[in-house]
Design a protein. Sequence first.
Length: 307
Amino acid sequence: MSNAIKELVEGLSQPQKMISPKYFYDEIGSQLFEEITELPEYYLTDAELDIMRTHVDEMATLIGKQASLIEYGSGSSLKTRVLLGHLDELAAYVPVDISADHLYASAQKIRNEFPALAVHPVVADFTRAFALPTPATMPVKNVVYFPGSTLGNFEYAEAMDLMRVMYGEAGDGGALLIGLDLQKDPDIIHRAYNDSKGVTAKFNLNMLRHLNTNYGANFDVDAFEHRAEYDEEMGRVVLELVSQKEQTVVVGDTEFEMADGEAILTEYSHKYTLEGFARMAHDAGLEVEKVWTDPEQLFSVQYCTRA
Ligand code: SAH
Ligand code: AVI
């Protein structure tokens, strides 16, 4: 049994069935995520871009010359372009993503836009150990860039582990630059995950199509519905796929019974307070050196170093 099938079977065998959000991202899932970022309700991307554009000079000064920029979950490297346009003599740009075709296409676009830049895309699942390329120019330091609030898709313990791994990769003198969504009016958050065009619903449901096509599962995709609720107490959006009928699903050689109305948890999207994240970073052995937010405090970008 492959690792992926093992992981899927394990998640679907829990009393609360779950599938990791990394299975959203095949080529179609990556395209749907791009569509989400263009929705008026999905405030995250505009707010983060606004922060990047307003404070990029300060970020570039902190990052310094001849750094290597390693980006986790780079997608289309949208916000990275703002940084790349301002960083001096970057030793390398290393975008890391699980969605291979999308990553290679984005890396090629970056090469076309920044012909002097050494771009080394890495297809990897960043929740598992993976090797980073050695750039031709020895970097002065490594900066791990993790935008988009993708850290928020991990529960506390996993997010802590990931921060420790990222700091390990940044090494001595290195830093982390992390984009994080903030707690706010629950209605604004609810609308961002229940958009009027139904793109988020398509994105959520696409996970099952991806598993049917590439992992030999047999979900009846049309018999599931998207659900996204903001749990204010936990400070997180809970994304689920709810079965609209009783069905038996096969993944690998394992059968799963789904009741009518039973949900599969597909994603958490945590929303932070500035104090809460500072504590989390501290517990992971990091110090938040600088925080930038947009004027409405919708989103934050945080520069962290070893405490
Ligand atoms: N950074 C971009 C994209 C965010 S979407 C932005 O801010 O707009 C999340 C990205 O992380 C997707 O491109 C997805 O393919 C990637 N991703 C999610 N889980 C991953 C994992 N476990 N390993 C590697 N990449 C992952
Ligand atoms: C990638 N990640 C930070 C997005 C989020 O907002 O949690 C994924 C997403 N899920 C639904 N819409 C967007």
